[in-house]
Design a protein around this ligand. Structure first.
Ligand code: SF4
Ligand code: SF4
Length: 170
């Protein structure tokens, strides 16, 4: 009989404790967010998808040499006489090989950086072509990809910008 009442007491106490904890947290601010309608902004040094500025790049090749995954390629622009100039004709990064190590950004000597990690953590690739991001004159910082089926450059739609204006290190 004593054991029976002890059980009733212990179980009732556990139920009251459980409800008390629920009640306490009910009036505290939520720590979760309604993803994907709301998005967390990562900390400043987060290494998201790489962006590139064709206007600032001086085609020095330092990022290509620094990259341990061998995923950056570029071609020098040339002037009317065919002489190489300090600009790129095109630049590409293979996100399928990139390990997001930031060595390319660290090696880049321009101010601001010509290649840099954004805060974008939502990058979707539906096919292999989309992984090779390309930049040419007047392409956006996010770049485009070359679609082998249509033989044309397409917008990189799978990348969602966390900021309208991307922060960029100098
Ligand atoms: S982040 Fe690293 S692996 Fe990716 S392109 Fe830059 S240097 Fe190469
Ligand atoms: S991105 Fe920077 S390091 Fe790479 S070629 Fe351009 S200027 Fe040089």
């Amino acid at each position: 009989m004593i054991k029976y009442f002890a059980n009733v007491f212990n179980n009732s106490r556990a139920i009251v404790q459980g409800h008390w904890i629920t009640l306490k947290y009910m009036f505290k601010p939520a720590v979760t967010i309604h993803y994907p309608d709301e998005k967390l902004v990562p900390f400043e040094k987060f290494r998201g998808a790489l962006l590139f500025d064709q206007q600032v790049c001086i085609s020095c090749n330092l990022c290509v040499k620094a990259c341990p995954s061998n995923c950056i390629q570029l071609e020098n622009a040339k002037n009317e006489t065919g002489k190489k100039i300090a600009k790129v004709e095109w630049y590409s990064i293979d996100f399928g090989k990139c390990n997001f190590c930031r060595l390319c950004e660290e090696a880049c000597p321009t101010k601001p950086k010509s290649v840099w990690h954004s805060l974008d953590y939502e990058v979707i690739f539906v096919k292999r072509d989309e992984m090779v991001r390309c930049w040419k004159k007047d392409f956006p910082f996010v770049g485009k990809y070359f679609d082998r089926k249509t033989q044309d450059f397409m917008d990189a739609e799978g990348q969602v910008s966390i900021h309208d204006v991307q922060p960029r290190r100098s």
